[in-house]
Design a binder for this molecule. Structure first.
Ligand code: SF4
Ligand code: SF4
Length: 361
């Protein structure tokens, strides 16, 4: 009989709708019992006559747990692909359910840091809002006061952003430009249906709004010695940190061998193409390829930019490039990044020299 305490909804999704519980290959099971005694949720029972384990309460299984499979000596236990859970956890209502629960249980789950932290808290003003198609906006923020400048950020870093009067928590965004003398930064924001930040960024946001930010954060920054060739790969607004890194490299080492693959669903999702064209003109060592599932008839790439149909990871894998000796920087949705890292390795890039920055979709 299932115990309702162990079968409660997972972040709002009824447990029975989630295909996550162990399957046991009886032929492989040697009846050691490790899974039965090791599972703290009563999923298993033990058949003493046959000396086999039995999955008795599958819905007791903790979503995404794989402890028993990891400790089974014969590999007799299997689970659905982890992507099953990654796809679920990428859903916006899951993010909101987790966020709401954290806020509701703040007294119980919160901890106050006993160490001073170096994070820089600042206020910035929305200076410009640029529309890219219907699904992307670029917000340019400028420091509200001199000490609110984030211009010490390193290209590729991100910040956290609090929208004024919002009841939800901060959201993380990569800074889409290398440091500028005026301290301005660009955030490339993709519309997420039902997303709380999207509701603001594609709704009431206005020039002059003041937002709180914390940063700069993250270590997705350049770590390639001078002269090392670099492959940049981005998908969607994963282009933000890549654009910042590229801008920095074009300024510092314009003759460095660099290549860019940037993928999107449709050609009208690409943005900052004029800027990309300028970087190509300034950096003789740079080549660029735009990859999309479909190109609209009126789309014209910047001069010197190649195009390819399909997925960006497939374009990299099928490029024929020899990337031995290259450093690589990859940014985009989590699953795309995984595929791109595999594609780069397939082309000869050393895994230890592939640096990745991913976000949930
Ligand atoms: S841990 Fe593996 S081998 Fe041992 S009882 Fe469980 S399924 Fe069988
Ligand atoms: S995955 Fe975890 S919760 Fe599920 S049966 Fe195995 S040990 Fe128990």
């Amino acid at each position: 009989m299932p115990d309702t305490k162990l079968t409660k909804a997972w972040h709002g999704i009824p447990r029975e709708e989630i295909d996550w519980f162990p399957r046991v290959d009886e032929d492989a099971c040697i009846g050691c019992g490790t899974c039965v005694t090791g599972c703290g949720r009563g999923v298993y029972r033990f058949d003493f006559d046959r000396k086999k384990t039995v999955v008795a309460e599958p819905m007791h299984c903790m979503v995404a747990c794989m402890t028993c499979a990891n400790t089974c000596p014969t590999g007799a236990i299997s689970f659905p692909p982890v992507r099953t859970i990654l796809d679920l956890s990428d859903r916006v209502e899951i993010h909101h359910a987790v966020e709401d629960e954290l806020l509701a249980r703040r007294d119980e789950l919160g901890i106050s840091s006993v160490l001073p932290h170096p994070d820089h808290l600042a206020e910035m003003v929305v200076h410009d809002i640029e529309e890219i198609g219907s699904a992307t906006r670029i917000l340019t923020l400028v420091p509200r006061r001199e000490h609110d400048r984030l211009c010490e950020h390193a290209a590729g870093q991100y910040l956290e952003l609090w929208v004024p009067n919002a009841a939800w928590m901060s959201r993380a965004y990569s800074i889409g430009n290398a440091p500028r003398p005026d301290g301005s930064i660009e955030l490339q924001i993709r519309r997420v249906d039902g997303g709380r930040l999207s509701a603001w960024a594609f709704g009431p946001v206005a020039v002059g709004d003041v937002v709180a930010v914390r940063g700069p954060l993250g270590n997705f920054t350049n770590r390639s010695p001078e002269g090392t060739p670099i492959a940049f790969v981005a998908r969607g607004t994963g282009f933000a940190p890549i654009a910042a890194l590229l801008e920095q490299q074009v300024e510092l080492f314009p003759t460095r061998t660099m290549l860019l693959y940037w993928g999107a669903t449709s050609s009208d999702d690409f943005y900052e193409l004029e800027h990309l064209g300028e970087m190509l003109a300034a950096a003789p060592g740079l080549s660029a390829t735009l990859v999309a599932r479909r190109f609209l008839p009126d789309f014209t790439p910047p001069k010197g930019v190649a195009t390819a149909l399909g997925r960006v990871s497939d374009a990299v894998a099928g490029s024929g490039l020899d990337l031995a000796g290259f450093d690589s920087y990859v940014a985009g949705p989590r699953l795309t990044v995984t595929d791109c890292v595999a594609a780069l390795a397939e082309r000869g890039a050393l895994r230890q020299r592939i640096f990745a920055d991913s976000y949930a979709t």
